[in-house]
Design a protein around this ligand. Structure first.
Ligand SMILES: [Zn+2]
Length: 383
């Protein structure tokens, strides 16, 4: 008999879909904010996967995938439990905003990072926001129950469907060797899970940049690094206008992950109807193909196109359409385009094309040396 899982008012019942609310926070206006929860539990025991979406209010493909996925028919063929949250941030969804009105930062950078909480917090420093506190509490439930996690997003208008693979970090302390072995085993499991999903794989930034950008505090980053749960971010192309083909391919990919995890019987489904890009080497994201001057950029490459170092990827023109001396913009490395920059008008420094380039960095790496100090520059807690 599967174990009972309770997320707010949603309580699993074997063989059924259960719906409920998880209380996230209270607004100053007295309104309570809840997250919608769906628990699909099989009659047969098995692993537990969390499927989360909608942390960015402009990204609507993920919720769609969950609404299509979670049917009684799936439950009848399932082993284990699916906990789904189609909107991790209703405050963003309501107003169609990437950054919701309750915080001034990317909400997908607010999950726990595993650092010790400062024993005495500086009272002059703003304490964590209600949303960050909510995610901390929800994360405790994820840690308690989840064996796997997928967090669904959309990348940019017209981008390909792909999955971001985070690097697995480990503590390089006195247990560095076993920690590294554990991280390598986790990275191998994650790799299998990503291959089961079957969409194009793009690695995240290398460790230093990854942490500088707070990506270790994304939903999947925190699940992977703090929870040590195989987890990834699925990026499903255009946000506001979900591409039905990508939604279908994400459904097939998700069911394939369930099969890989031993939660669903049957043959792996082919991933069709979307572009699958494999340049033959591992790739990581970069945002460095930037406009050198204020310009009109006319892309010569589209999402999914392979590029070679030195190849022209965009014509740069002035507003009258005359070529600029800096034209054309050229790729600096081999790789492929996973999304174009938005529109044709670019300020200097704007990313013109989002490229996946050859990844020279290992999938596993140590946390930076001073990462776990309670406060940057202070002694270790306990010292
Ligand atoms: Zn997103």
């Amino acid at each position: 008999m599967p174990q009972e899982i309770r997320v707010g008012t949603a309580v699993s019942q074997p063989g059924t879909l259960q719906y409920g609310q998880w209380s996230a926070l209270t607004h100053p206006t007295g309104h309570d904010e809840f997250l919608p929860v769906i628990i699909a539990q099989a009659r047969v025991d098995g692993p537990c996967i969390w499927l989360t979406a909608g942390i960015h209010g402009t990204e609507h493909a993920g919720p769609w995938v969950l609404y299509e996925l979670l049917t009684q028919e799936l439950v009848d063929n399932l082993r284990g439990t699916i906990v789904a949250i189609p909107s991790l941030c209703p405050m963003g969804a309501r107003v169609h905003k990437y950054v919701p009105y309750i915080v001034d930062t990317n909400p997908n950078r607010l999950w726990p990072d595993g650092k010790p909480e400062a024993a005495q917090r500086d009272p002059e420093k703003r304490p964590p926001s209600s949303l960050e506190v909510a995610y901390k509490h929800l994360f405790a439930l994820i840690q308690e129950t989840a064996d796997y996690l997928i967090d669904y997003h959309n990348a940019m208008t017209g981008s390909i469907s792909f999955a971001f693979r985070d690097r697995v970090l480990y503590r390089a302390d006195e247990n560095a060797a076993p920690n590294k072995a554990e991280a390598e085993a986790l990275a191998a499991r994650l790799d299998e899970m990503l291959r089961a999903y079957g969409h194009t794989i793009i690695n995240e930034f290398a460790v230093e940049q990854y942490i500088k950008n707070d990506l270790h505090r994304s939903t999947s980053g925190a699940a992977l690094l703090v929870g040590r749960i195989p987890a990834f971010t699925a990026e499903l192309g255009t946000g506001h206008m979900p591409d039905p083909a990508m939604v279908r391919a994400a459904l097939a990919g998700t069911r394939n992950v369930l099969r890989w995890a031993g939660m669903l019987a049957g043959e792996m489904e082919p991933i069709s109807g979307i572009q699958l890009v494999d340049p033959g080497f591992p790739v990581r994201r970069t945002m460095t193909l930037r406009a050198p001057v204020p310009c009109i950029a006319l892309h010569l490459k589209e999402a999914g196109d392979l590029v070679q170092a030195g190849e022209a990827v965009a014509e740069l023109r002035d507003v009258w359409g005359r070529p600029l001396p800096q034209s054309p913009l050229r790729a600096e490395q081999d790789g492929f385009v996973f999304g174009r920059g938005f529109g044709i008008y670019y300020y200097p420094g704007d990313t013109v094309l989002h490229l996946a380039i050859r990844d020279e960095h290992p999938p596993v790496g140590p946390y930076p040396e001073r990462f776990f100090l309670a406060v940057e520059g202070e002694v270790k807690p306990g010292d």
